[in-house]
Design a protein around this ligand. Structure first.
Ligand code: NOJ
Length: 451
């Protein structure tokens, strides 16, 4: 890793809903993922609403010590809104807030920098009942929640993200319905896409109102759309549209306060809804850093009739790339992380960038020797990290890299059967944690990068 500065931040990430567990313990309010868990078939492995996550709340000290043993410089986590404010408005829950005090203090005691995300998909159910993210009132409530969190933790947490992967929230949650709240309606998805951009502006302003010195950004799953094979003019036009959905809507909206005209036009044509960029608000408070979550390129081929997830496309279809697939079926595109980082830094040269998530799903379990030999994860990470280093060397202002995920956990619509963790969790045996071979390799990489 020679060539990276010594203060480069090596980390790992998780999110509240994926590790903390359900509302049944009585410790937190309900969220939209609890509700989706009650819909038969919505979670592929049959996990219901009341799962215990990986009992991270109960095993906090164990997990903090694992992070220390792995020599992490930083830990990215999210706050469960319904844990700190059970219904998303009104009274805050002291017990829930005290949990995050313990987490943050435990990190700082171990010299691990906290990186906090306010919204990683667990919207309080009561807010969905009033329209969820389509309702501008929810944006105001998000601002109140953000201000409260900032006044509580802003003295100890320097890195803040308003939200994680809003593209998934809008489109997977409200057009395909595979994510909570499980809606399948284009106008709803468009409204949500607009209000989430507003929520970033509003939330970052609220964070800074309480803690002016912290660094605020957003975490997006940006991508490099690619065409496999010959491309027609029509295909290239479609690729631009995909770029609009995945990249430009969020980056221009959240970091510039502007919407891409082509997308505004598509939304208006398809739904009659005009997204007015004048409603976004002041974005100047939330552009201290850029978080990139990257797993694979969006790959297409011609000869199709358009992709339903990207309304307005007419000639492309989804395609794979190369021969390697993770256990999620996702292609390996390590060069793409470099391409995407370079594109971000060309557009926003003054804003530092973090890879806020990168990782792979391989479902290896313990072998007879008791170890977890996840050689494919190791190989995948080596290639992707190498590509990040190349991006840095070519001038990208890359400050850190967070591996997804610290722990095997609740992989949303897949339930617990898809494992992204560096640390294996035995869901059937006391949630026992065992670092995989890739975790030990990552630890060695971090240690050697400080020499
Ligand atoms: C991105 C999401 O932020 C995270 O929650 C999820 O587990 C990973 N992608 C893997 O799908």
């Amino acid at each position: 890793m020679s060539g990276l500065p010594k203060d480069f931040m090596w980390g790992a990430g998780t999110s509240s809903m994926q590790i903390e567990g359900g509302h049944a313990s009585g410790d937190r309010g309900r969220c939209i993922w609890d509700d989706l868990g009650e819909v038969p078939g919505a979670i592929k492995d049959g996990t219901g609403a009341n799962h215990r996550g990986v009992e991270h709340v109960e095993m906090l000290e164990v997990d903090l010590n694992i992070m220390k043993d792995l020599s992490l410089d930083s830990y990215r986590f999210s706050i469960s809104w319904p844990r700190v404010q059970p219904t998303g408005s009104g009274a805050f829950n002291e017990k829930g807030m005290a949990f995050y005090d313990r987490l943050i203090d435990g990190l700082l005691e171990r010299n691990i920098e906290p990186n906090l995300t306010l919204y990683h998909w667990d919207l309080p159910s009561e807010l969905q009942a009033i329209g969820g993210w389509t309702n501008p009132q929810v944006v105001d409530l998000f601002g109140e929640y953000a201000a409260k969190m900032s006044s509580r933790y802003g003295d100890r947490v320097k890195y803040w993200a308003t939200m994680n992967e809003p593209w998934c929230v809008a489109w997977l949650g409200n057009l395909t319905g595979e994510h909570a709240p499980g809606i399948r309606d284009l106008p709803t998805a468009v409204r949500v896409a607009h209000q989430l951009v507003r929520a970033h502006a509003r939330g970052s302003q609220a964070i800074k109102s309480q803690s002016p010195k912290v660094l605020v950004g957003a975490v997006n799953n940006l991508t490099n759309p690619m065409l496999n094979g010959e491309a027609t003019q029509e295909n290239l036009k479609d690729l631009q549209i995909v770029d609009g959905y995945k990249n430009r809507w969020w980056m221009q909206g959240m970091y510039e306060g502007k919407y891409p005209a082509d997308l505004v036009e598509i939304f208006e044509k398809e739904t009659g809804i005009f997204c007015d960029e004048k409603e976004i608000g002041d974005v100047s408070f939330g552009r201290d850093w850029i978080g990139l979550n990257y797993y694979n390129a969006d790959v297409f081929s011609g000869g199709g009739t358009g992709v339903g997830l990207f309304p307005g496309t007419t000639s492309i279809q989804g395609a794979g790339y190369g021969t390697e697939r993770t256990d999620m079926g996702w292609s390996w595109t390590p060069d793409g992380i470099k391409t995407t980082l370079i594109e971000i830094s060309q557009k926003y040269p003054d804003i530092p960038v973090f890879v806020s998530e990168n990782g792979s799903c391989y479902n290896d379990g313990p072998s007879e020797d008791g170890k977890i030999h996840d050689a494919k994860r190791d190989e995948y990470l080596t290639l992707y990290i190498k590509s990040c280093v190349e991006a840095y060397k070519s001038g990208v202002n890359l400050k850190g890299y967070y591996l997804w995920s610290l722990l095997d956990n609740f992989e949303w619509a897949w339930g617990f059967e898809m494992r992204f963790g560096l640390v294996h969790v035995d869901f059937k045996n006391m949630m026992k944690r065992t670092p995989k071979e890739s975790a030990l390799a990552y630890r060695d990489l971090i240690r050697s990068s400080k020499d």
